[in-house]
Ligand binder design. Sequence first.
Ligand SMILES: Nc1nc2c(ncn2[C@@H]2O[C@H](COP(=O)(O)OP(=O)(O)OP(=O)(O)O)[C@@H](O)[C@H]2O)c(=O)[nH]1
Ligand SMILES: [Mg+2]
Length: 363
Amino acid sequence: MKKDLLKETAKEKERAIIVGVAFNKIQYKFENALEELASLCFTAGLEVVGSTYQNIKEQNPSTLLGSGKVDEIKLLVEELNANVVVVDCELTGSQLNNISDIVGVKVIDRSMLILDIFAGRATTNEGRLQVKLAQLKYSLPRINSITNSSGRFGSAGVGMRGPGETKLETDKRTIRENINKLEKEIIKLKEQRLIRKSKRQKNQVKQVAIIGYTNAGKSTLMNTITKAGIYADDLLFATLDTTTRNLFLEEGKQIVLVDTVGFIDKLPHAFIEAFNATLEETVDADLLLHVVDISDPNYKEQMEVVEDVLKQLHADKIPRIIVFNKIDKLNKPFVVPNNAVIISAKNNNGIENIKEKIKTLLF
Ligand SMILES: Nc1nc2c(ncn2[C@@H]2O[C@H](COP(=O)(O)OP(=O)(O)OP(=O)(O)O)[C@@H](O)[C@H]2O)c(=O)[nH]1
Ligand SMILES: [Mg+2]
C-alpha cells in the first residue's frame, strides 16, 4: 500500500504544450486566453511546458490548424519533451487523430480538458450522472480517435479519466445504451426537482441564483451571506454541484439562494446538454446575482460570456443584479452602474447592499 502511494507521488505530471486558437479575429488577447487555458491545465493536473497560438483565417479541415503550425508544435513537443498537446477549442475525432499522428503525442481539446476537470469534481449523485452523460455525448462521435489514442498513448492521464470508476466504453452501441440509461435516471431526478419547485411556488418562496464566470467568488458570496460552508477555492470549477440555502431577509421576506456551477468561455456543447438539470436552477430563478471578478483584467469579456450562456439557456430575460466582487483587490476608483453593487465577498463588505437590492426587486 505504502509502496503504491510512493509510486503515485513520484509519478511525473504530464507535460503539456498549449495551443491558443482564434478564428479570424482582428483583435484577440491570446495572452489572456493562454493564461486561462494554463489554469485549466493546472486544475486538471498537467504541467504546462510551452505554448503557441494561431489566428485561423482558413480552416484546414484535416487538422483545423495550418500545417506549418502543426509542424511547429511537433518541434516544440520534441524540444520540450512534452507528452500531451492541448488545443483551445473543440476538435473533431479525425482532427484529434490527424494532429496526434503528426506531433507524435496525445492531443486533447478544450472540451475534453473541461470535462476531465468536471469528472474529478462532481461529488453528488446527480453531478456524477451529468458529467458521465456529458463525457459520453462528447465521446460518441469521437470514439475511434479516443480508442486509437488510448491504444497508442496508454489509457491513463488527463482526457482519459473515466466518469467515476468506469472507463469509457469503446463500443458505440454500448455508449448509446448508456446515454439512454443516464438520461432516464436524470429525468427521474428532474421530476424530484419539479416537485420541490412546485412546493416552493405554492409557498411563494422566491429563488435567487448566484451565477457568473468560474472563480468570480460565487461560493464565497454564498458562504458570507448564508454561512453555508461551501467549498470555495482559487481553482476553476471549484463548484460543480448546486447548493441551496434559505435566506431570511426580514419578517415575511425569505428567499432560497442557489450557488451554481461557473461558466467559462467555449463551454463544451455536451456540457450544456448534459447539465440541463443543474442549469435549470438558473433558468427557474426569479432573480440572478451575476458575480463578476472586477479585479480580473478580462472581466468585461467574462461578463459577455456569461450573457451568452444565459441566452443559450433562455435565461437572459430574468432580472439581475450585477455584483462586482473582489473590490479589496482593486486599486483604482470604479463607478458602479445603477443595476450593480460592489462588494468584497471575502471581507464581508457590501453584503447588506445586495440584500437591500434583492428586497427592492423581489418584494
Ligand atoms: N481578494 C478576494 N478574493 C476573493 C473574494 N471573493 C472570493 N475570492 C477568492 O476567489 C477564489 C474563488 O472563489 P470561489 O468562491 O470559489 O469562486 P466561484 O465563483 O464559486 O468559483 P467556481 O465554483 O470555481 O466557479 C477563492 O480563492 C476566494 O477566496 C474577494 O472578495 N476578494
Ligand atoms: Mg463555486
